[in-house]
Ligand binder design. Structure first.
Ligand code: BDR
Ligand code: CA
Length: 313
């Protein structure tokens, strides 16, 4: 089996961090062509530094990290330090990374890499606001046919919003970018809160990560132990939802997930419900089906996979 070429677009974020560690531990299946960063959980300078710290941690200093857009297409930037801490990856020690930051802009990297590829060749895995992906599609619409699939984290239907009553963070931060991406005409798999809220970092699962007893698993454990506290209080759950790693887990073991082909459109006009993802789950309209809406996961299987991969470090 040849590894699937992917570009990860992220805003680390502890859950982004775990997604990066899961992907980088899986070179037989995932060929990470580059990591692009966007403003989201914390401002761009922090998300870019954090992505480089994670490359250091994974021993992958040769990977290209490309900083992208520092604000959403239209709206002002909203960040989430209350969840992720001031650095975005609170829970581990922050030092100046060795992995360099490329001087190529993320949008140019996306456009150049996709332009040079065959049709249907590259999978995009966005796990933050969709600003960079939308900007690349606007700059060079012809790259769309080079995208094999987009597997993204964002949106909510049955679970309601985590940032407003209607909207999930990634879509809320840049709803206009999300609108561009959902209309791009390529296959899109969506990991919204309906599925990510089934993947909880329970105390028992955190103990299993800690017990791996290697430096990367220790860092993962310490980040998650910090990440945990906000959502445990918010939801009254045993652990926090581990949103972003669902994308990588889907690429590695799609059989863990159940999805339905649906129409999804983003609210970009009404302030009250801004960034809401209207998912036509019961097919009550004849609007075109543009996404695979993921709604169920085998969460024990997910953690078995994650823990096995973290054990490889
Ligand atoms: C999403 O928002 C961010 O805080 C997380 O990193 C994740 O991508 C969950 O709503
Ligand atoms: Ca994220």
């Amino acid at each position: 089996m040849t590894a699937c070429p992917i570009i990860i677009d992220c805003d680390p974020g502890q859950d982004d961090a775990i997604m990066l560690l899961l992907s980088l531990a899986s070179p037989d299946e995932l060929d990470v062509l580059g990591i692009t960063t966007v403003a989201g959980n914390v401002p761009l300078a922090f998300t870019s530094r954090n992505a480089r710290i994670l490359c250091d941690l994974a021993g992958r200093q040769e990977l290209g990290v490309y900083a992208g857009c520092s604000r959403p297409l239209v709206r002002r930037l909203v960040t989430a330090e209350e969840v992720h801490g001031k650095t975005g990856i609170d829970g581990i020690e922050i030092t100046e990374p060795i992995t360099p930051l490329s001087d190529i802009h993320a949008v140019d990297f996306l456009v150049e890499t996709l332009s040079a590829a065959e049709k249907n060749a590259i999978t995009l895995v966005p796990i933050g606001p969709l600003t960079n992906i939308a900007a690349a599609l606007i700059k060079a619409p012809e790259i769309a046919e080079k995208i094999r699939e987009i597997v993204l984290m964002g949106g909510a239907m049955r679970e309601g919003g985590n940032t407003t009553p209607s909207a999930e963070f990634n879509i809320y931060v840049d709803p206009h970018a999300a609108d561009v991406v959902f209309r791009c005409g390529r296959p899109i798999v969506v990991m919204g809160l309906d599925v990510t809220h089934q993947v909880l970092t329970t105390q028992a699962r955190l103990k299993r990560i800690k017990a791996l007893n290697n430096p990367v698993a220790d860092a993962a454990h310490n980040m998650l132990a910090f990440f945990d506290r906000h959502d445990v209080q918010k939801y009254g759950s045993d652990g926090a939802p581990l949103h972003d790693p669902c994308t990588a887990a889907y690429l590695l073991q799609p059989e863990l997930f159940k999805a339905k082909t649906c129409n999804l459109e983003v609210e970009i006009h009404a302030e009250l419900t801004m960034g809401h993802t209207a998912v036509d789950f019961w097919q009550v309209t004849d609007r075109p089906k543009n996404v695979q809406w993921v709604h169920e996961v085998d969460s024990d299987g997910f953690f078995d996979l994650l823990i096995e991969r973290l054990g490889r470090y």
